[in-house]
Design a protein around this ligand. Sequence first.
Ligand code: NAI
Length: 550
Amino acid sequence: MTGQSDFSSAKKLSGMGLLFAPTLNHGTAFTDAERAALGLEGLLPSSVESIDRQADRVRQQLASKPDDLERYIYLNQLADTNETLFYHVVMANPAYFLPILYDPTVGYACLKFGHLYRRPRGMYVSLKHKGRIREILSHWPVKDVRVICVSTGGRILGLGDLGANGMGIPIGKLQLYTACAAVPQGALLPILLDCGTENASLLADPLYLGLRQHRPSDDVMTVFVDEFVEAVQQVFPNCCIHFEDWRGTDAVRFLARYQDRVSCFNDDIQGTGSIVVAGLLNALKIKNEKFRDQTVLFFGAGSAGLGNARMIVAAMKLEGLSDDEARRRIWMYDINGLLEPSRTDLLPEQRLYVHSHAPSKDLRQVVEDVKPTILIGVSTVGRSFTQPVIETMARAVKRPVIFALSNPTEKAECTPEQAYEWTKGQALYAAGVQFQPVMYDGKTYLPGQANNFYVYPAVGLAVYATNTRRVTDASFIVAARAIADQVTDEQRNLGLLFPLQKDVLEAEIRTAEAVATQLFDQGFARVDRPKDINAWLRGLLYRPEYAPVA
Ligand code: NAI
């Protein structure tokens, strides 16, 4: 049907060629009969092993590595030689492998991408290919690609412009589609759109692998990305485009440009907003309140803040508010203070959240005036939610919702200990990173981690299965609700706002079921609606076991 089988049928391999084909190679697990039939006799040691025995060896070798970057390198080499074994190991314990294959390790890997490079993976489409992108994409061996994750490397995590080094991001994101939600990996294609970089040290690095030029003007970019998006429609007509880690302004403008025309989404904007809405839904269940009655103050008005605000507006609209009424409930504060009418430095998307107030650069005073029921930190400024700020909020609101989302750890706007202590245990808290449980006043609290790995693999599974024509903000709200609903009352009593990581696959399938249902309901799906969507999705899942080759 998709990917892997296309690779297999593309060429009947045997002998050494088979051992070097990562999607077909079984290594020492080739049986004696297969070895005889496929010209492998003499090319492998005598022992015939099960995949579980091979996985034991992988785990042993991983344990001997000195740090996560070495484990990342080892795992990606394994993926390059035996993809089934790679996923067999990773899918057995996705929660353990998430921080190795993705944030934070992938960030260090991207910084050194040109130095760590071993083999190509995915596709590199560069400005040099302008006018020929359709032909370039047709070089990919799989024809039924269902999801492309594409980055320009323009803003990699919190590390800035990394140009072609950003390729680690689409590779890692798509690996997590499979690791977390069992989306068949052969249907996924990572792409780096190489448009140069503004990173001077990379441009001067002899081992840098990207185009050695500065980024083009917005107009040139638009023509280039238009050609890319159109070429995808022609070469991979069943494909959804997942935009990831583009420069903030590019992220916003290209999503707006394509979202009503083709199947696409931006995870930084919609996925992040979705997981934040999921956490807020649970916080509101605990408070027994509605979204439409909340007042939200964002500390930080960049791409994360604007993306979250957009999804909160969508959630409020589902409860009956108009765009305007919803936006009036959302305030923003950035490096230059409160967003208010006298500000002349604001982007059009930021202007949507400007409300009448005097200029202010005093967060505590703004909290006193605005009386937010929800305070969200996306500022990159660690410990900026000080005791006076939190205490002021807690004086006006019984259960203050405090999300300190900046990462890494030292950038969190406040720690869970501080939030619980300064609100006398009343805070409903989540962070962008995973903090340990906190003991306060004889009670254990479980601080949540607002991480969008609960969202995009599930959306990816739904997109893969339904072959959808569109992905909308509503899909991400549906995902948020499904994620929120998986937290039990008992878990909410401990302050847990997101499902536990040990149940990732189950959480993803249930979320994908909700999103797929919405896509069928909206008429976007391009396959027949099955009677039982959950069972149908389960039947499509990738299983990391060897399929017979001969
Ligand atoms: P960005 O650079 O686009 O925006 C940062 C914003 O913070 C800007 O509006 C800036 O003016 C403001 N800011 C900077 N210094 C400030 C100060 N001293 N006082 C008040 N505001 C200040 O960055 P982006 O992409 O929005 O990310 C922000 C943070 O959120 C990062 O640490 C990122 O890692 C984190 N993040 C967390 C996510 C999660 O789910 N946990 C998802 C996405 C981002």
